[in-house]
Design a binder for this molecule. Structure first.
Ligand SMILES: NC(=O)C1=CN([C@@H]2O[C@H](COP(=O)(O)OP(=O)(O)OC[C@H]3O[C@@H](n4cnc5c(N)ncnc54)[C@H](O)[C@@H]3O)[C@@H](O)[C@H]2O)C=CC1
Ligand SMILES: O=C1[C@@H](O)[C@H](O)[C@@H](O)[C@H](O)[C@H]1O
Length: 341
């Protein structure tokens, strides 16, 4: 590797092109040398803005392209496993957007590939771990600032969902963020899931079943409730209130500026995640680039991707059958022991 990390970006849709932009602007020490997307026009358009980068419709060809030292995957979830395994065959560090895989079996195959290499090379794009507010909440909880955590009350609202969104994705694509955030904030695994649903909003197709209320039980005896509402209409909100034995702490109010004028007060509700979590995405990619240059990961790894997929599996069954469903996890391999570099 030269002084600059050469990155192949797989999938140049909304997130992929945003990551390409940040690698070229706010992230130092790296440059995009290859981009891949089956949509040939799209990938050419993205590559046209990059000096000397190859454009490919085959992800495998981009991963094998000259000068590629690391791979950032931003294709749809079902395509992640194949690209991650291709990168691991070449011993390349990976930042893979969430979910690592839609199913726990795919994540286990990735863990098996890392076991064979004897090292962790895969980081999962659970960017909330890099958000300043989440980091402060984690520090407070770790320091015992509000005593033993009893509840996390989470709200996850999107203004609207894309046309391809399905009822399952409410859990496997959206609530999966709360699953990872809860596991990380509490340092506990999720052990059981229950999903409740009110009469769906009339603002979205009824088959979507939007919104839902998801209850997570954890190995340390805490309860996490998540309101997931992906067509709330008014904006993007991600909130979390932790309730401990001796206090509460809340993040995500989003009151960066409150205006009082003409007998009224008010502020702005951001409209999507690219604004709300802009800094978190920047920090995530920056820290990954620094770690990848040393053949390391800097945050959520394949075990975290696997555990989240196992919770999604239980959540989907809980939603379908209307019953509390236990999460089944394999034993955590030594390679993923907590605190390991
Ligand atoms: N961390 C976060 O907050 C967010 C993460 N995501 C994740 O990012 C990933 C991409 O999502 P979006 O950019 O919103 O989707 P998108 O639909 O805007 O872009 C996906 C792109 O991947 C391409 N593609 C399809 N199959 C492919 C394959 N086999 N190999 C390579 N490219 C392929 C599509 O042509 C499209 O250009 C998903 O895993 C999603 O869950 C999405 C939104 C926010
Ligand atoms: O990851 C994301 C999307 O895929 C998902 O669809 C949204 O609900 C989340 O808010 C966003 O962060």
């Amino acid at each position: 590797m030269s002084g600059t990390l050469g990155i192949a970006v797989i999938g140049t849709g909304r997130m992929g092109s945003d990551h390409v932009r940040r690698i070229g602007t706010t992230v130092g020490g790296a440059r995009v040398v290859a981009v891949a997307d089956p949509d040939g026009d799209r990938v050419k358009e993205v590559a046209a803005g990059l000096e000397g980068a190859g454009a490919y419709t085959d992800p495998g060809a981009a991963i094998a392209a000259p000068g590629v030292d690391a791979v950032l995957i931003a294709s749809p979830g079902p395509a992640h496993e194949e690209a991650v395994l291709q990168a691991l065959e070449r011993r390349l560090p990976v930042l893979c957007e969430k979910p690592l895989t839609p199913d726990p079996e795919g994540a286990l195959r990735i863990m098996e590939a890392e076991r064979r290499l004897g090292r962790r090379l895969v980081q999962v794009g659970f960017m909330r771990r890099f958000d300043a507010e989440y980091e402060r909440l984690k520090e407070l909880l770790d320091a015992g600032g509000i005593g033993r955590p009893l509840f996390l009350h989470c709200r996850h609202r999107n203004a609207s969902s894309p046309a391809f969104f399905t009822g399952d994705m409410l859990i496997s694509d959206s609530v999966v963020h709360e699953v990872d955030a809860a596991r990380w904030l509490l340092g506990q695994e999720v052990t059981a899931v229950t999903v409740l649903a009110p009469t769906p909003t009339s603002a979205a197709p009824q088959a979507l079943g939007d919104p839902r209320f998801v209850l997570l039980e954890t190995s340390g005896g805490a309860i996490v409730d998540v309101e997931i509402f992906v067509n709330c209409g008014f904006g993007y909100q991600v909130r979390c209130e932790a309730v401990g034995e001796s206090g509460t702490a809340r993040i995500g109010d989003g009151h960066a500026m409150v205006v009082e004028s003409g007998g009224r007060w008010g502020g702005e509700v951001v409209q999507d995640y690219t604004t709300r979590f802009a800094d978190a995405y920047d920090r995530q990619v920056r820290r990954w680039v620094a770690a990848a240059a040393r053949g390391r990961v800097a945050g959520p790894d394949a075990w975290d991707g696997y555990a989240a997929a196992a919770v999604s599996r239980a959540g989907l069954a809980a939603a379908r059958d209307g019953v509390r469903t236990e999460v089944r996890l394999v034993e955590r391999p030594e390679l993923y022991a907590a605190g390991r570099d």
